[in-house]
Design a protein around this ligand. Structure first.
Ligand SMILES: Nc1nc2c(c(=O)[nH]1)N[C@H]1C(S)=C(S)[C@@H](COP(=O)(O)OP(=O)(O)OC[C@H]3O[C@@H](n4cnc5c(=O)[nH]c(N)nc54)[C@H](O)[C@@H]3O)O[C@H]1N2
Ligand SMILES: Nc1nc2c(c(=O)[nH]1)N[C@H]1C(S)=C(S)[C@@H](COP(=O)(O)OP(=O)(O)OC[C@H]3O[C@@H](n4cnc5c(=O)[nH]c(N)nc54)[C@H](O)[C@@H]3O)O[C@H]1N2
Ligand code: SF4
Ligand SMILES: [Mo]
Length: 718
C-alpha cells in the first residue's frame, strides 16, 4: 500500500484531462451540483467522455453560484482517478496501525463488521457501538443516523460541538429557529463575523450571492483577527483578538441599548427579558471590552451604531464563534443583537428558511425507533443543552478510554478523519487504538483509517445519485445526479449502510436498492429523482415574519433574550463574558488561532496534486514584530507549542495578522508518508496543540481558537 502510495503518488488527473481533450470523441455534458469539497452548492457542468470526467465548469444557471467555480471544484475529478485511491475492502493483517492489509471481498467485509458490532451489542448493549460522522457531505449522513437508531445506539458522534450546533441549538432555545443569513434578498449591511466566506463558502451559502450584493451597494463589517480581502471593502474592520467574540458582542449590545438604537416596537412586543438584558449589559462598556478584544472602543461604537441603523442587516456567522468554551455566550449575544435590531426573519436579515415539501428529518432517520435516545446518549449525564443530538467527540473518547458513563467498544466511521479533526489528537489516537473493533469508510487511506480493522472503499461525488443540503437549514435541497460509474468495488456509503442495515437490524427498514432513499426523501414533493435532477433544486417558499401570526416557538412565544427555562436547564440566562478561553500564562504569551485552507477541506485532499501545488506545506502566519522578537524569518521551520503539545510548520511573516497572534495551519498530515507511522500525523497536526480537558458545558466544545502559545525557530537538534 505504502510503496504504491509513494510511487504513483501524484498523478495525473491533469495528464488524462489533456489527452482526452485532444481526442475527437464527443463530450457529454451533465448538470449537477458540486459537493464534498466543502458544504457544496455551486451548480456545475461536468464534461464526460468514456466514463471519465474531462472538464468541470461553473454552471451559468447555477441557482447559488451563477457560473462561479473555485479551484477545489476544478480539481475535484482527480479524487476519482488517483492511483492510490481505495479500490477494494481491506482487512488489517498486522497489529493495529502497523500498515499491513489484506484485500478481502465485500461479503467478507460486511460479514466481519456485522459479526463484530453484533458481538459488542450482545456483550455491552447497543450503545457500546458509536457511529461517527465527519462534516456532513450528503444523504449518507442521515442514513447513518437511521442505522444507529434502528440498531439501537443513541451514539452518533459528530463534529457539531465545534460546527453549527452552538448556533443552531442556541437559536432554537432563543427564538425557536436557527437564523441563517439571507443572501437571496438585498441587505443594507452584512456583518462577516468570523466567516471567511470568500474562501470557505461557509454553510453552503455561496459567496457569489454576497459578492453580487456588495456590487449593488450592500455595506460590510468584518470581524476577524486577520485582514481578509473583504476587510478592504468594508465600512468597518474590527481586528479582534482571537477567542473574545462574546466580549465584543456584549459591547455591541451595550452601545445599542445605551444609545436607544434598538427596534422599540419589536423589543416591546416580541421579546422576553429586555429589561434584564439591558441592566446586565450595562457593565460591558466598549472601553472595558476594548481591553479584552483589542478593538478600539470608538470603533466598537461606530460598528454597533452602523449595525443598528442599517436595516435589514444580516450577520453571517462563522466557525470561530463556536470553537471555544465560551461559544454559548458568544452565540447568545449575537442572537440578542439580531433580535433587538429587528433583523429576525425579515428579507435580507437572519431568517427561518422554509423547507420545501420533502420528508422531515425525524421520519427519514426513524427517530421513533429510539425514543429513549436523549436519556441514553453518552453526554446525557453532562448537563449539556437539551436538543444536542450528536455526541461531542470529547465525551465519546472518554467513554472509550475510561468506560465513563459506560463502555463504548466499537465504532463505524464514515466521511471522517477524527485523528486530525477532533481536539486533542493524542487522546484520539489512544481512543482509536483501544477500541475492540472499528471500521472506516473513506476514499483514501488516512491516519484514522490506518488504525481501523476494516477499511471500506467508498464511491464518492460524481459517482452516484445524491441529494445535497438536506438538514442544513437553508430551505432548499440540491440535486447531485451522478456523472460517471465508480470503480467496480467502490460503493456509495448509502449502499454500504443499506447492506449493513439489512444484516444488523430488521430488514423491513431497508431497501432492495439504496436509491430508494432518494425516493423516500422526495416522496412528499411528488417528484421522481429524475424529475428532481431535471429541475436542479427544490426550495421552500419565501415567507417572512411568521411570528406576526404565530409568535416565536419558545415557551414565552417571544424571542427569549433572557432564557425562560435557564434555571431548569442549568444555562446562563443571559450572555456573559467571564474571561478569555484560556487564562493568561506568561510561559505561553502569544495567542493561537487558525482558519481553513482555501484549497483543502479540513484534512482532506492533500493528495490531489493540483491542490497540493497551490498549498504545498503547512504555513504559520505571524506579524513582523512577533517574527523579530522570536528571531524567525520568512520560510523558517518553526516549532509551535501550547500547554498541550507541540508541532512544526513553516513561517510566513505578514502584517495581515496582529502582533502577538499566531495563525497556524489546520488539518495537515502527509499522504506521501508511511502508513505504519499514520502518515506523519504528529508532525504538523494543529489538534495536537488543542486539548479536551476544559470544555464548554452546553455543547462539550473544546478550545480550538484563542489558546496561549509560543513559537520558535526549529534548530537542527529540534
Ligand atoms: N483545530 C480545528 N479542528 C477542527 C476545525 C477547525 O477549524 N480547527 N473544524 C471543525 C469542523 S468545522 C469540522 S466540520 C470538522 C471536520 O472533520 P472531518 O469531517 O473529520 O474532516 P475531514 O478531514 O474533511 O475528513 C473527512 C474524510 O472524509 C473522506 N471522504 C471524502 N468523500 C467521502 C465520501 O464520499 N465517502 C466517505 N466515506 N468518505 C469521504 C475524506 O477523504 C476525509 O478523509 O473538523 C472540526 N475540527
Ligand atoms: N476551503 C474550505 N472551505 C470550507 C471548509 C474547509 O475546510 N476548507 N470547511 C467547511 C466547513 S465544515 C465549515 S463549518 C465552514 C467554516 O467556514 P468559516 O466559518 O469561514 O471557518 P474558518 O475558516 O475556520 O474561520 C473563519 C474566519 O475566522 C477568522 N478567525 C479566526 N479566529 C477567530 C476568532 O477568534 N474570532 C473571529 N471573529 N474570527 C476568527 C479566520 O481568520 C477566518 O477568516 O467552511 C466550509 N468550507
Ligand atoms: S465553492 Fe464549494 S461548492 Fe462552490 S465550486 Fe468551490 S468547492 Fe464547489
Ligand atoms: Mo464544519
Amino acid at each position: 500500500m505504502d510503496s504504491h502510495l509513494r510511487k504513483g503518488f501524484f498523478i495525473t488527473g491533469t495528464i488524462i484531462l489533456e489527452l482526452e481533450k485532444n481526442m475527437t470523441n464527443k463530450i457529454h455534458w451533465i448538470k449537477t451540483h458540486c459537493a464534498r469539497m466543502d458544504h457544496g452548492g455551486c451548480g456545475l457542468l461536468v464534461g464526460v467522455k468514456d466514463n471519465r470526467i474531462v472538464e468541470v465548469k461553473g454552471d451559468p444557471d447555477g441557482f447559488l453560484n451563477r457560473g462561479y467555480v473555485c479551484p477545489k471544484a476544478l480539481a475535484s475529478p482527480d479524487r476519482l482517478t488517483h492511483p492510490a485511491r481505495l479500490r477494494h475492502p481491506l482487512k488489517r493483517s498486522g497489529k493495529r496501525g502497523e500498515g499491513k492489509w489484506e484485500r478481502i471481498s465485500w461479503s467478507e467485509a460486511i460479514q466481519t463488521i456485522c459479526e463484530n458490532l453484533s458481538g459488542i451489542k450482545e456483550e455491552y448493549g447497543a450503545k457500546a457501538v458509536a457511529f461517527c460522522q465527519g462534516m456532513p457531505k450528503g444523504l449518507e449522513h442521515f442514513v447513518l443516523i437511521r442505522l444507529a437508531n434502528i440498531f439501537g445506539s443513541p451514539n452518533v458522534v459528530a463534529v457539531q460541538d465545534v460546527c453549527h450546533a452552538p448556533r443552531e441549538v442556541s437559536g432554537i432555545h432563543t427564538c425557536g429557529f436557527y437564523p441563517v443569513a439571507d443572501f437571496h434578498h438585498q441587505s443594507r449591511l452584512v456583518v462577516l463575523w468570523g466567516s471567511n466566506i470568500t474562501s470557505t463558502n461557509e454553510e453552503g451559502e455561496i459567496c457569489s450571492l454576497l459578492l453580487n450584493q456588495i456590487k449593488s451597494g450592500t455595506d460590510l463589517i468584518v470581524i476577524d483577527p486577520k485582514k481578509r480581502d473583504l476587510a478592504g471593502k468594508s465600512e468597518y474592520f474590527l481586528q479582534i483578538k482571537p477567542g473574545t467574540d462574546n466580549a465584543l458582542a456584549l459591547a455591541f449590545l451595550n452601545v445599542i441599548i445605551e444609545e436607544n438604537l434598538y427596534d422599540r416596537e419589536f423589543v416591546e412586543n416580541r421579546t422576553y427579558g429586555f429589561e434584564e438584558l439591558a441592566a446586565h449589559v450595562r457593565n460591558y462598556t466598549p472601553e472595558k471590552m476594548s481591553e479584552v478584544t483589542r478593538v478600539p472602543a470608538d470603533l466598537i461604537r461606530k460598528a454597533a451604531r452602523c449595525y443598528a441603523s442599517s436595516h435589514p442587516a444580516a450577520i453571517q456567522w462563522g466557525n470561530p464563534i463556536e470553537q471555544n468554551i465560551n461559544t454559548f455566550d458568544a452565540v447568545r449575544a449575537i442572537l440578542c443583537l439580531m433580535a433587538i435590531c429587528g433583523n429576525l426573519d425579515v428579507p435580507g436579515g437572519n431568517i427561518q428558511a422554509n423547507e420545501p415539501d420533502i420528508l422531515g428529518l425525524g421520519q427519514f432517520v426513524r427517530a421513533d425507533r429510539i425514543p429513549s435516545k436523549r436519556k441514553e446518549m453518552i453526554h446525557a449525564c453532562r448537563r449539556t443543552i437539551p436538543r444536542l443530538m450528536t455526541v461531542p467527540p470529547a465525551f465519546f473518547k472518554e467513554a472509550v478510554l475510561k468506560g465513563v458513563p459506560y463502555p463504548v467498544r466499537g465504532a463505524y466511521m464514515q466521511c471522517a478523519n477524527p485523528l486530525m479533526s477532533y481536539a486533542d489528537s493524542r487522546g484520539t489516537f489512544d481512543a482509536l487504538m483501544s477500541l475492540d473493533f472499528s471500521a472506516v469508510s473513506d476514499i483514501f487511506m488516512t491516519p484514522t483509517a490506518s488504525l481501523a480493522d476494516i477499511v471500506l472503499p467508498a464511491a464518492t461525488h460524481f459517482e452516484f445519485n445524491d441529494i445535497g443540503h438536506y438538514g442544513l437549514g437553508h430551505g432548499y435541497v440540491l440535486a447531485r445526479p451522478k456523472a460517471v460509474d465508480p470503480p467496480d468495488e467502490c460503493w456509495p456509503d448509502m449502499k454500504i449502510l443499506n447492506e449493513l442495515g439489512k444484516r444488523l437490524t430488521p430488514g423491513e427498514y431497508w431497501y432492495e436498492n439504496y436509491e430508494d432513499f432518494l425516493k423516500l426523501l422526495l416522496e412528499p414533493s411528488g417528484l421522481s429523482y429524475e424529475q428532481f435532477a431535471e429541475q436542479g433544486y427544490l426550495k421552500g417558499a419565501d415567507r417572512f415574519q411568521k411570528y406576526l401570526s404565530s409568535g416565536f416557538r419558545t415557551p414565552t412565544g417571544k424571542v427569549e433574550l433572557r432564557l425562560s427555562r435557564a434555571e431548569k436547564f442549568h444555562l446562563p440566562p443571559l450572555p456573559e463574558f467571564t474571561g478569555p478561553p484560556e487564562a493568561n500564562d506568561p510561559d505561553f504569551p502569544l495567542i493561537l488561532t487558525s482558519a481553513k485552507d482555501r484549497y483543502y477541506l479540513h484534512s482532506s485532499y492533500r493528495w490531489i496534486e493540483k491542490l497540493r501545488k497551490r498549498s504545498p506545506r503547512p504555513v504559520t502566519e505571524i506579524h513582523p514584530e512577533t517574527a523579530a522578537a522570536c528571531n524567525i524569518r520568512e520560510g523558517d521551520e518553526v516549532v509551535i507549542e501550547t500547554r498541550h503539545g507541540s508541532i512544526t510548520q513553516f513561517a510566513r511573516v505578514t502584517d495581515r495578522v496582529q502582533p502577538g497572534v499566531v495563525y497556524a495551519a489546520y488539518g495537515w498530515w502527509f499522504p506521501e508518508g508511511k502508513g505504519e507511522m499514520q502518515y506523519e500525523w504528529e508532525k504538523s497536526n494543529y489538534n495536537l496543540l488543542t486539548s479536551a480537558e476544559t470544555l464548554g458545558r452546553e455543547f462539550g466544545t473544546p478550545n480550538l481558537k484563542g489558546l496561549g502559545c509560543r513559537i520558535r525557530r526549529l534548530t537542527v537538534d529540534g
